[in-house]
Design a protein around this ligand. Structure first.
Ligand SMILES: [Fe+2]
Length: 439
């Protein structure tokens, strides 16, 4: 994001329009890449049919922007319930009388035209929902989040490749395996980022003890040693819940990996290839991440540790928007936005390095943290309880930093994602931490 606090309302409107367009192009690429039959099919019980995501994006845009912000008449009130994620779990969605592919495209186009009309005439002040065009930013982020979900559906889909992208840049040398983050307070969360979501707010001071953090995410090569040395067969590395899940699901390796004689192969968006040793591991559950960390004698970082490593600038004492500073992410900073369909090798993006020396905190893979998804002190649900509040508790673990599939609009140093600890189809990896004995 540009510094939206500084923009005039006209410039803010232009920015919103650009972001809406850019986001819709991505949604179109993801859904135009396959035929109608594949759009309506459920590729995995874990996911919605792609055509559901597409119309759901339009449905949320209609609810929040057309009806609430614009005060306009409903476009399709008859279909609200079909696209309410709380009413129908993903496994049920293929049985619903969903809009077909061309109906869904027409519907989201109609909604979008109304949104462009109301963007021109809506005052961007006088109501919290429209200050700094928040509701528009929320809808941009929502669609980008579904674009990442749709990318995960593509990864689960069988058949020949439908999406292509060039590989990311090669790694640079990592100066050290671990970095040190001194103990002391830092500002966690934000009260000033205009499009930050309710769960990132408010800014508050947190004390973090000194710790060491892996300079880069754990690689496939390192993870293969865990497998080879029996990590999946040794309950001592696993929590009780993790071991039960490992047994129930018969886990032996990250999702999408399989053995071919003596080597590991993986399926990635329809391509079968040798697992690259230098790339961050992806498609592991929280439980696997936690077991690996225990096997190395370390642990997963807490959410506060992760954010301090990513945002704290010891020179100024303040928390920045991103590891590299306050500037919006550019291609040299991080592997974001589906420009590449895989993580970059560990050590890439030196320009995105945090003051502590850690790299790839933003982009490449979501990183599991040890923390449950809980409200910050002073949390207030906005604009609705179902955005975050209903998910708070010990059922969900926090993930940080975004992946190669995450757009820059839906990723920043304060951004919090959450999921079940058994989840493996998301683009999640991890790095390890350990408490410093002296600091
Ligand atoms: Fe949604």
């Amino acid at each position: 994001m540009k510094d939206l606090n500084e923009l005039t309302h006209d410039r803010l409107r232009d920015h919103v329009a650009e972001e809406l367009d850019r986001t819709r192009r991505r949604s179109a690429q993801l859904t135009d890449a396959v035929d109608d039959d594949e759009l309506v099919r459920q590729h995995s019980p874990l996911m919605s049919p792609l055509v559901w995501d597409l119309a759901h994006v339009g449905s949320q845009e209609e609810l929040w922007l057309v009806r609430d912000v614009g005060g306009a008449e409903a476009v399709r009130p008859d279909i609200d319930h079909l696209y309410d994620a709380f009413q129908h779990p993903r496994a049920e969605r293929p049985q619903l009388p969903l809009l077909g592919p061309s109906e869904a495209r027409d519907y989201i186009g109609t909604v979008r035209n109304k949104v462009f009309d109301l963007l021109e005439r809506t005052p961007l002040e006088g109501r919290e929902l429209v200050e700094h065009a928040f509701a528009f930013g929320m809808i941009v982020q929502h669609e980008q989040q579904h674009d990442e979900t749709m990318l995960a559906t593509h990864q689960l889909r069988d058949g020949p490749p439908a999406l292509e992208a060039p590989p990311p840049r090669r790694a640079e040398d990592l100066p050290a395996e671990e970095v040190f983050v001194p103990g002391g307070p830092f500002t966690m969360g934000t009260s000033t980022e205009p499009w930050a979501l309710d769960n990132e707010r408010p800014a508050h001071e947190v004390h973090v003890d000194a710790f060491h953090l892996d300079a880069a995410p754990v690689t496939n090569g390192a993870y293969q040693r865990f497998i080879a040395e029996g990590g999946y067969e040794q309950p001592q590395w696993w929590s009780e819940a993790g071991w039960a899940y490992r047994n129930k699901a018969d886990l032996r390796a990250p999702r999408f990996w399989f053995r071919d004689g003596g080597r590991w192969l993986r399926r990635r968006f329809g391509h079968v290839e040798q697992v690259p040793a230098d790339e961050p591991v992806v498609h592991v559950s929280f439980h696997e991440a936690e077991a690996y960390a225990a096997w190395t004698g370390k642990r997963l970082p807490t959410e506060a540790e992760w954010e301090k490593a990513a945002r704290y600038d010891p020179a100024s004492g303040r928390s920045r928007r991103y590891p590299w500073g306050d500037a919006d992410p550019e291609p040299e900073h991080a592997n974001l936005g589906q420009r590449h369909l895989q993580p970059a090798p560990a050590g890439a993006y030196p320009a995105g390095e945090a003051p502590c020396g850690a790299r790839q905190l933003i982009g490449d893979v979501w990183e599991w943290t040890a923390s449950d998804f809980l409200p910050y002190p002073g949390f207030a649900a906005f604009p609705y309880r179902e955005y975050s509040e209903v998910f708070f508790g010990s059922d969900h673990k926090v993930l940080r930093g975004g992946s190669f599939g995450t757009d820059r609009a839906a990723c920043r140093g304060s951004f919090r994602n959450w999921d079940f600890p058994i989840r493996r189809q998301i683009f999640a990896g991890f790095r390890c931490a350990r408490t410093a004995l002296e600091g």
